[in-house]
Design a protein around this ligand. Sequence first.
Ligand SMILES: C[S@@+](CC[C@H](N)C(=O)[O-])C[C@H]1O[C@@H](n2cnc3c(N)ncnc32)[C@H](O)[C@@H]1O
Length: 224
Amino acid sequence: MTPNTIDSKDSVNSEVWDNLYQQRKSLLSYPDSSFVTLLHRHLTTAKHGHILDYGFGGGANMRVMLKRGHKVDGIEISDTVIEINNQILEEQNLVATLHNVQSHEALPFTDEKFDAVVAWHVLGYNSLLSLQSRIGEFIRVLKKGGCFIGTIPAYGDVSHDSGEAKNAFEFVSKVPTQNGAQIVCFESEQAVCEAFNLDMSVALLQSPLMDGSFSRHWVFLYEK
Ligand SMILES: C[S@@+](CC[C@H](N)C(=O)[O-])C[C@H]1O[C@@H](n2cnc3c(N)ncnc32)[C@H](O)[C@@H]1O
């Protein structure tokens, strides 16, 4: 697969998300049950003390990790959602360090800083090239023996079904609240492993949205 170039279209996604958060939309106040199950099954506070939560959004998953005893740094592309989370963290007497890092920027961390990297329901908001550049950065900041866990949209997800295809992996979202966002989506486990260039466990996570559409994501787990 030949990646295209990172261009100014990457900023479309930050505009789409910041606009949603300015309207206080898409702020999930509850954690994802599949994420909580995998967190407890695969990560411990003893071995995975320091976690990077990439694209923490409403922050509910992040607060589960903080309350469990992990130290967390978070990355977002929306200043608005960073402000909202800082306020919630203060109200709940929790501490996390939150950073605004855009897709084309390097992660502001030294090599092998984190015991785990979590990227839950966020990596779809990329071009193929920006995705692959992010993966390289995640592996760089992950300690040897550390864990990288996350999701990436699968064909049949609502974002794919309603999206306009640019090629087999890249789509322009037509989901009304995310119209114009640039997304990537994969047909098979093998396509995910090839795009990530990592030997990892991949499985399908599917939930009905009860309007005829589905949330369909590949869940992956990689140990460095
Ligand atoms: C569907 S929400 C998921 C939020 C959270 N991880 C969860 O599972 O509830 C996607 C989030 O990813 C953020 N995002 C999109 N593209 C990103 C990027 N390139 N880098 C960091 N965050 C990004 C958006 O601002 C949004 O908050």
